[in-house]
Ligand binder design. Structure first.
Ligand code: PLP
Length: 376
């Protein structure tokens, strides 16, 4: 008899828990018919801001557009350098290139996989030597863990740079008692379905305490609209969050805090089971991860992943290639010391099934299979 399959991320378990609530919330939108910027969008923005204790929330169509709206509002463009970690999803650097600015890659720390402040200093010097104007730092909260914001903020302040937090994977996480959304000048969040707080399509938001920035982004997400609908005061985007997605997210917010707690229990259980088998995730003291992913470091990762697949255990590799090595970005500048940690991680990281409804018995099965796959 074969055991039932284990899901990498089980969205159906969450849907079962919420019962008819999401269906009812969607039906309410179908009934009122305000599909664009309906009341749920404004309700959600207030809710997301309150949760993070940020003053302003501007929802938008994706995490990518959240990043882009911020850079557009700051008028980042050609000749500007924006610093991004090499170990991240393409969107972090892509938005920089879309503004005409230059992404400059930094390496990440060996233990947390997040932006290395020393490599940031190195990359700033490279940008200056290349006649670029350093403007913005974009730390990424990889796998749900907040970056070293105090360390990075010091570097940003000493060079007069803005700090944009790419919290696409980490809404719900905190550092020193402060939730993600309060670090730096602005924070970009994604509601892609597989993120810790996901909708049923694409969605995103910006959190900030800067009222002027929030106002500018509200205009930019609707084509740069001015006071009069047909007088556009800036070149913008169509980047609104759908009312139906806001309605879905409002229901998911009801259980989100509990889900973050469950993720922590599950991560702790994995760490207990696997501490002697592979390198388990290191969380900074004072940090609470949103555990978007539970990621091991394993020598011979590809072979281990293959054996796990044969054993019926789904895994994922984020990311199999450092962004700084990918075709579209390999000509971009980077820290003089290069991005060796990101390159090593791309060969060694392996993410295990992770969601708030993972049963202890299934985790034991995953851990047992990892043990067998590491020592075949
Ligand atoms: C998912 C992700 C994004 C982009 O979010 P979308 O909502 O998919 O556009 C940006 N940065 C990081 C680090 C991500 O993981």
């Amino acid at each position: 008899m074969t055991a039932p399959p284990i899901a990498f991320i089980d969205l159906q378990a969450q849907r079962t828990r919420l019962g008819a609530k999401i269906d009812e919330a969607i039906t309410r939108v179908l009934d009122h018919g305000r599909f664009i910027m309906g009341p749920e969008v404004h309700e959600l923005e207030a809710r997301l801001a309150t949760f993070a204790k940020a003053n302003h929330c501007v929802s938008c169509s994706s995490g990518t557009d959240a990043l882009l709206l911020i850079l557009m509002a700051w008028e980042i463009g050609p000749g500007d350098a924006v610093f991004v970690p090499a170990m991240t999803f393409a969107a972090t650097a892509e938005v920089v290139s879309l503004t005409g600015a230059t992404p400059v890659f930094t390496d990440v720390l060996n233990d947390t996989f997040n932006m290395d402040p020393a490599s940031l200093e190195d990359a700033i010097a490279v940008a200056r030597a290349g006649d670029l104007t350093p403007r913005v730092v974009i730390p990424v909260d990889l796998f749900g863990q907040p970056a070293d914001y105090p360390g990075l903020q010091d570097v940003a302040d000493s060079h007069g740079l803005r700090l944009l937090a790419d919290a696409a994977q980490s809404y719900g996480a905190s550092l020193d008692g402060k939730r993600v959304g309060l670090f730096g000048d602005a924070t970009a969040v994604s509601f892609f379905p597989a993120k810790p707080l996901g909708c049923y399509g694409d969605g995103g938001a910006v959190l900030t305490d800067d009222a002027g920035l929030a106002q500018k982004m509200r205009s930019l997400r609707v084509h740069g609209q001015g006071g009069n609908k047909y007088d556009n005061v800036a070149v913008g985007l169509n980047a609104r969050l759908d009312t139906i997605q806001a309605a879905v997210l409002l229901q998911k917010m009801e259980i989100f805090e509990d889900e973050i707690e469950r993720r922590q229990v599950i991560a702790d259980r994995y760490t207990d089971l696997l501490a002697n088998v592979a390198v388990t995730p290191k969380v900074l003291s004072g940090a609470v991860s949103a555990w978007a992913q539970y990621t091991l470091r394993i020598q011979g990762r590809d072979a281990v992943q293959g054996r796990l697949k044969e054993a019926g255990i789904p895994t994922a590799v984020y990311y199999p290639m450092a962004l700084s090595d990918q075709t579209a970005y390999r000509d971009c500048p980077r820290a003089a010391a290069g991005t060796p940690v990101s390159q090593a991680l791309s060969r060694e990281v392996l993410s295990l099934p992770m969601h708030p409804y993972l049963e202890a018995a299934d985790q034991e099965r995953v851990a047992g299979a990892v043990k067998d796959a590491v020592n075949p």
